[in-house]
Ligand binder design. Structure first.
Ligand SMILES: N[C@@H](CCC(=O)N[C@@H](CS)C(=O)NCC(=O)O)C(=O)O
Length: 218
């Protein structure tokens, strides 16, 4: 198969997996876990010297393309495997491309570290390792970018749009939803930012996402 995505669903690999599934492009999924040493083998390190998932391998007529960094993988897929005609999640013009780029970079720089902290200290870590002070500080800091997202969604709604970057769901929504989702266990934040909460629910109710989630459960 031309496209291979390495990395389990319950990781940053969800970003390219969800993008590929939305685009309807055939791909092989190699569910490499991030624990247990699979990302430290010589073979894996040859694909990604950082030893992280996800990795995307695209066997193209002109040669093999390897992409790591989850947001780069998602944006690459949309750009090179999307139709770009305004009917799928790929950017259809430079303005939509700019939206996808800026929201993807925004998610990793403004949101990711604190959202991950919320996920870990509310759910991921064993209870004895959870730190209420770290959690409270992360939730407090997240109020700044989540306000930006909330206001953006309000402005979009006023124009009759339910998604971030276009009249339809696009890769920009995938990139931000995958990260903002980590803050969902914070009831306070979700209550404070109801548009973010509702938009996250809408994104995660997409058949492509649910299909991947179901496949991961099996
Ligand atoms: N900035 C990277 C981070 C990748 C990353 O840290 N992936 C985690 C799983 S979500 C991983 O592979 N951890 C294993 C390790 O670091 O050993 C990206 O977005 O792709």
């Amino acid at each position: 198969m031309a496209l291979t995505i390495h990395g389990i669903f319950a990781s940053r690999a969800v970003r390219p997996l969800w993008t590929a599934q939305e685009l309807g492009v055939p791909f092989e999924h190699v569910p490499t876990p991030y624990q247990g040493g699979a990302t430290r083998t010589t073979e894996f390190l040859a694909l990604n010297p950082n030893g992280h998932i996800p990795v995307l391998v695209d066997e193209r007529p002109e040669g093999r393309v390897v992409v790591w960094e989850s947001m780069a993988c998602a944006l690459y897929l949309a750009r090179h495997h999307g139709r770009g005609d305004g009917h799928d999640i790929a950017p259809a013009n430079p303005a939509e491309d700019a939206e996808a780029l800026r929201w993807a970079f925004w998610a990793v720089t403004e949101l990711e570290a604190d959202a991950l902290c919320v996920l870990m200290h509310r759910l991921g870590l064993p209870p004895q390792r959870r730190d209420p002070d770290k959690l409270a500080a992360a939730e407090q800091r997240l109020r700044v970018p989540l306000r930006v997202l909330e206001d953006h969604l309000a402005a979009r709604a006023a124009q009759g749009h339910a998604y971030l970057a276009a009249a339809r769901f696009t890769v920009a929504d995938v990139c931000v939803a995958c990260v903002a989702n980590w803050a969902r266990p914070s009831h306070d934040l979700m209550q404070a930012f109801p548009r973010v909460h509702d938009w996250l629910q809408r994104c995660h109710a997409r058949p492509a996402y649910l299909a991947l989630k179901e496949a991961a459960r099996r």
